[in-house]
Write a new protein. Structure first.
Length: 417
């Protein structure tokens, strides 16, 4: 079974609203063995909706639409779909009563005219309950194809997808199954990963495929398997095929792999720290607290993260972390000796087992011939021993900050592992 997603809304096209619906829906469909063929974003225009829907129905088993179901004049999806399927809009008492209950619950005054307009639904549509909002989803079937229209509000769309759409679609599937596994790498580029996996990829069976999904500081790899499954044993065989493949990939890539699932580097590192009962701290200059942000973005990070110091000024490096004035004068703030002393100071201050320190020139200005923009020192260790790394990055300030923080986390991960 394959699907096309059509997101309707001028706000999506002009960048006023980020299209998070597409990413979430794609993941949900793929996880259930439904192949998302394409995503289309179109304006709130009747002809655009008709034209895109007609083409999608020619190419896909399922067409999912979001947006355009509100009570305002630019919300035209209901009327267009009624015309498209040759039906009329009829009053739905069920929708009307639901709208009335919601209005009363939230103490909102809604004009009767608007309530009745919102309750007019295509006669041939099977209405899908929306407990999170007013507009129901609409399920149409024509010539073996399924068309589903849902609100564009993410929380409403997700409710209808999870409670109504996905269970119905799974019930229609004839043993077709798509499964996948994800492997995540840190601080390595796509060309290097691809080179290491070239032979593996060439040996993949026809029902399997490998996708490279690069992001700042690493690559996410998705290994996918497709098959017609008629028994639980056949499903288990497909699962085993995937598991063997992902394990071989991990062996070939070595320690650049930080997880055999789709989690962040922060979460993977946090798990290791929790397993080993270790406490960490941070001492940041050029990253300005971003490293602490990555760590604390993981629920439960208080189990292993004690705290940190953003020592942007040299005076804070001296007074709080104990970096010596002589070291700063002799080597400068962006130097190996300084980040070593920052690590020592953070451990001494917090009692942490490990600490990470960063100091550099994030850019776009501030560089010199000796220390150009993008020169960054990282140290990871404790009071007795520190491991240092010199990075030579570009001139994009935000990218430098983000990459440096991730690099420091990965150094810690490898040391702890």
């Amino acid at each position: 079974m394959n699907a096309t997603l059509i997101n309707i809304g001028d706000e999506l096209l002009i960048g006023q609203v980020v299209n998070t619906n597409a990413a979430w829906m794609g993941g949900q469909l793929t996880a259930r063995g439904i192949s998302l063929q394409q995503v289309q974003v179109i304006p709130d225009e009747a002809e655009a909706i008709r034209r895109t829907l007609r083409r999608a129905m020619d190419e896909s088993d399922v067409v999912l639409l979001t947006g355009g179901l509100g009570p305002t004049k630019d919300d035209i999806t209901k009327k267009v779909l009624a015309d498209f399927f040759g039906t009329e809009l009829v009053f739905s008492q069920r929708v009307y009563e639901h709208y009335t209950r919601l209005s009363e619950r939230f103490g909102r005054e809604v004009k009767e005219e608007m309530r009745r307009a919102q309750s007019m639904m295509p006669a041939s549509a099977d209405l899908l309950h929306n407990a999170m909002g007013v507009a129901p989803g609409m399920w149409f079937e024509q010539e073996g194809r399924v068309v589903v229209s849902m609100p564009g509000v993410p929380v409403e769309m997700k409710y209808i997808m999870e409670k109504e759409v996905l269970p119905r679609l799974q019930a229609r599937m004839n043993g077709e199954l798509i499964l996948y596994r994800v492997l995540c790498t840190a601080v390595t580029g796509e060309p290097d990963v691809a080179a290491r996996l070239e032979d593996f990829e060439n040996r993949l069976s026809p029902n399997m495929s490998l996708a490279y999904l690069p992001r700042l500081g690493g690559v996410r790899l998705r290994l996918t398997a497709r098959a017609s499954v008629r028994s639980e044993k056949e499903r288990e065989d497909l699962e085993r095929q995937l598991d063997e493949g992902i394990r071989e990939m991990a062996r070939l890539l070595g320690d650049v792999v930080y997880a055999l699932e789709d989690i962040s580097l922060s979460e993977a590192t946090g798990r290791l720290l929790r397993e080993r009962g270790l406490k960490i701290a941070t001492a940041e200059s050029c990253t300005g607290g971003y490293l602490a942000h990555l760590i604390t973005s993981v629920p439960g990070s208080s189990d292993y993260y004690l705290g940190g110091v953003v020592s942007y000024a040299n005076s804070v490096k001296q007074q709080v972390l104990g970096v010596s004035e002589e070291t700063l004068r002799k080597h400068g703030a962006v130097s190996e000796p300084v980040v070593r002393q920052m690590v020592q100071g953070a451990c001494r201050l917090t009692g942490a087992d490990w600490a990470m320190a960063t100091s550099g020139i994030a850019g776009p200005g501030g560089g010199t011939a000796e220390k150009p923009v993008g020169t960054i020192w990282i140290a990871v260790g404790n009071e007795k021993e520190q491991h240092t790394h010199l990075l030579q990055l570009g001139k994009n300030r935000l990218s430098n900050i983000q990459y440096t923080a991730m690099y420091a986390l990965d150094v810690l991960r490898r040391r702890v592992f």
